[in-house]
Write a protein that binds this ligand. Structure first.
Ligand SMILES: [Zn+2]
Length: 342
């Protein structure tokens, strides 16, 4: 019998305190034209064995990012309770309607899950899901790993990402949790727009939050999936929940985990015009300040000279625009620099 909660409109038959493996659903009210008493059934798994830390893994926060959902579906099938100490909570599709539609935002209410926290009990479906996670799941969690990717619009160096935190103890634990994943890059970043993010919700509770950007272009690759799966195993070993030796999965012929930062605004290059973007560089290429990153062509004016996009600083190409068609204001490239601090 699904338990009705006073504090959330989402119900579930999952018992978070029960040992063993449970695979079931969060039942989210979804009354609509063709289903008056309809419910969105959102998969969730809880795998628990006795006392120990609780780690939350989420994928599909944006619906066009596939490494997280695929690796987490594999984890749900493979991980048995007896293989761990503590509790693993897995939500492979946090914005489940978006995941099923292959879109970044929810097709039901048009909302971005990662701008919906702390959510609203009586809000739209994205807000209701966020509110359940905020009020019912996050209080149980010691660490949360939210597995993103570049989605349709960006290619990212497979990486895990954390923010600068004022609390030194929380920052130290978060840096270790980032390094533990052993992604090709660990990025310490200051984001300009953090309002409503799951990241912020977890960080504000004083807990460990690690985001991941595991690939991009709304495509999966064997390498990015392998990096994601190794990272999840490494995290369970890091928290003393599973036995084994951490492994660094290869990416483009190298096994390395660099810590990097994006220290100045010159790291971010955006399109200053509409058009077709021709990139000159690949991810991980080294870039000098002023170097040409690419150029914007004008398809309606063949005689017009393309607009050259130059690097605002030196660094390594961490992220680049995926689709060729661009609009003014799109992010075209992000450069990162090796960290001297972390
Ligand atoms: Zn995302």
């Amino acid at each position: 019998m699904a338990k009705k909660s006073e504090s959330s409109r989402v119900s579930t038959d999952i018992r978070y305190d029960k040992d063993g493996k449970q695979v079931s659903y969060l039942r989210v009210p979804n009354s609509r034209d063709n289903s008056g008493w309809g419910t969105l059934l959102m998969p969730i798994a809880v795998i628990k064995n006795g006392k120990g830390p609780t780690v939350l893994f989420t994928g599909g926060n944006h619906g066009d990012e596939y490494e997280g959902p695929v690796a987490l579906l594999k984890l749900i099938r493979a991980l048995e309770a007896k293989a761990i100490k503590g509790r693993v909570i897995v939500i492979p599709g946090l914005n489940f309607p978006a995941l099923m539609a292959g879109t970044r935002l929810s097709p039901i209410d048009g909302r971005n899950m990662n701008r919906a926290f702390p959510g609203e009990r009586a809000g739209t479906i994205t807000q209701v899901i966020a509110h359940y996670v905020q009020t019912q799941i996050l209080p149980m969690v010691d660490a949360a790993y939210d597995l993103h990717s570049g989605g349709y619009s960006m290619f990212m160096t497979p990486s895990v990402m954390i923010h600068y935190l004022p609390n030194k103890k929380q920052m130290a634990a978060t840096v270790e949790a980032m390094k533990a994943f052993r992604a090709p890059v660990g990025l310490v970043i200051e984001e300009l727009d953090t309002e409503g993010m799951l990241d912020t919700a977890v960080e504000n509770m004083g807990k460990v939050f690690v985001g991941a950007e595991l690939g991009g272009g709304a495509v999966l690759t064997p390498e990015t999936i392998a990096i994601t799966e190794a990272g999840i195993r490494n995290v369970l070993i890091h928290f003393g929940m599973a036995k084994g030796k951490p492994e660094t999965a290869p990416w483009r012929g190298r096994r390395e985990s660099l810590v990097m930062e994006t220290p100045d605004i010159g790291c971010f290059s955006m399109a200053m015009d509409d058009g077709l973007y021709e990139p000159f560089l690949e991810l991980r290429d080294t870039v000098a300040e002023g170097q040409k990153l690419g150029q914007i062509h004008y398809p309606q004016a063949p005689e017009r000279t393309p607009l050259v996009v130059r690097a605002g600083t030196s660094g390594v190409l961490y992220c680049r625009r995926a689709p060729g068609r661009i609009e003014k204001g799109d992010t075209l490239a992000v450069l990162a620099k090796p960290s001297k601090t972390w």
